[in-house]
Ligand binder design. Structure first.
Ligand code: NAD
Ligand code: TDX
Length: 342
């Protein structure tokens, strides 16, 4: 079995590659990644010499490059993680989000149509459902919740999802989609909430909380997400969407305070800054379908996962220091310097 994993030099894709090489030692994994600012080859160092693994630097929008790769590798399955993934960047400039997330997805699926595929899996997000009100804890996203996006990022992911389902209906392509809640764990790029707060706290720098910090996210340890995708890939029904989440809702401010506590840093580092434009209030997944159909349940409790994650950032300083000492500095300056106090 040969599996093409796109975006495998990023956060979830790399964790998925580690997971798959372990879980299916007889599979060949071919990682396709453009190595944007978010892709990091050093993340894959431990598997580079594994004969079951190979890396190809390629843009998923490069049609002839993708077709040549399919001709050479003859993949049985494709798991498409490759995407622009940061909401704040999509608010600054949506163009690359539309290009990679929508056009790139269509190129990957056209290659699957042309050369044949057992399964094309699209890694999507709960953000396609928009948000839920803070005062209705009884409401959750199900697979039937209407698509109702808030940001250019989530709109581009929703566009891709609709295209994937259209290829199933129109061409009978064997597709599946997972819509997962917020992930956390090793190799999470420093621009995202949890790694940003850990890294800033370690440097005794301000911890920029958007608005009042009361927005709620539903956090899942990355390995649990990887297990869910593996199950859907092998046992999920073609043409179906599966929500993935573990009923672990937390307010942003409570996460930041927990990180301060774990690192022994003062809460006085917390700085409230201007809110994100169009900031989604609450995400919360109902995972009944994947639990009932595929027996998936999250295994890592948040208290354990967050400690493991903090320890990983403490033990792997070289990985994130190289990032934050590069172009990331200009990004940080641009995004946070003039952010008015809330
Ligand atoms: P990430 O930003 O850490 O990684 C994205 C990877 O895709 C990088 O390695 C990057 O180099 C690569 N890439 C970007 N454009 C490319 C292109 N045109 N061609 C080839 N490679 C390209 O993202 P992540 O957090 O690991 O997210 C992975 C996927 O999971 C995304 O599709 C995202 O929408 C989805 N997702 C993420 C979360 C989350 O909490 N992080 C939750 C649900 C769904
Ligand atoms: O500096 C910050 N301060 C802050 O208060 C940052 C970076 C974020 N936040 C808030 C915004 C959100 O309410 O924290 C929350 C989490 O923010 P992000 O880490 O940017 O994640 P989010 O916008 O929720 O999106 C994530 O989950 C769904 C991923 O980045 C997406 O790729 C995924 O689809």
């Amino acid at each position: 079995m040969t599996v093409i994993v796109t975006g495998g030099a990023g956060f979830i894709g790399s964790n998925f590659i580690f997971y798959m090489l372990n879980a299916h030692p007889d599979y060949r994994i071919v990682c396709v990644d453009k190595l944007t600012y978010a892709g990091n080859l050093s993340t894959l160092r431990s598997v580079m010499n594994n004969p079951a693994f190979s890396f190809v630097k390629l843009d998923i929008c490069d049609r002839s490059g993708v077709y040549s790769l399919f001709e050479k590798e003859k993949p049985d399955m494709v798991v498409n993680f490759a995407a622009e993934s940061h909401v704040d960047r999509s608010i600054e400039d949506a163009s690359v989000f539309l290009q990679t997330n929508i056009i790139g997805t269509s190129v990957m699926m056209d290659a699957c149509r042309k050369y044949g595929i057992r399964r094309y899996h699209q890694v999507s997000t709960d953000e396609v459902y928009g948000d839920l009100p803070l005062d209705r804890p009884d409401l959750f996203f199900t697979e039937e919740t209407p698509i109702h996006t808030s940001s250019p990022y989530s709109s581009s992911k929703a566009g891709a999802d609709l295209l994937v389902l259209a290829y199933h209906r129109t061409f009978g392509m064997p597709v599946s989609i997972s819509r997962c809640s917020n992930n956390y764990g090793p190799y999470h790029f420093p621009e995202k909430l949890i790694p940003l707060m850990i890294i800033n706290a370690l440097g005794n720098k301000p911890l920029p909380v958007y608005g009042k910090g009361i927005n709620v996210r539903d956090w899942l340890y990355v390995e649990d997400h990887c297990k869910a995708i593996d199950l859907i890939l092998h046992n999920g029904r073609a043409g179906e969407v599966y929500n993935v989440g573990g009923h672990n809702e937390m307010r942003n401010i409570d996460i930041v305070k927990l990180i301060c506590k774990e690192l022994g840093k003062p809460e006085s580092l917390i700085t409230y800054v201007a809110d994100r434009k169009g900031h989604d209030l609450r995400y919360a997944i109902d995972p009944t379908k994947i639990r009932n159909e595929l027996g998936w349940m999250p295994e890592t409790k948040f208290e354990d996962g967050i400690r493991r994650t903090i320890k990983w950032y403490l033990d792997n300083r070289a990985w994130w220091e190289e990032i934050i000492n590069g172009d990331y500095q200009q990004y940080y300056e641009k995004m946070y310097k003039d952010r008015q106090k809330a």
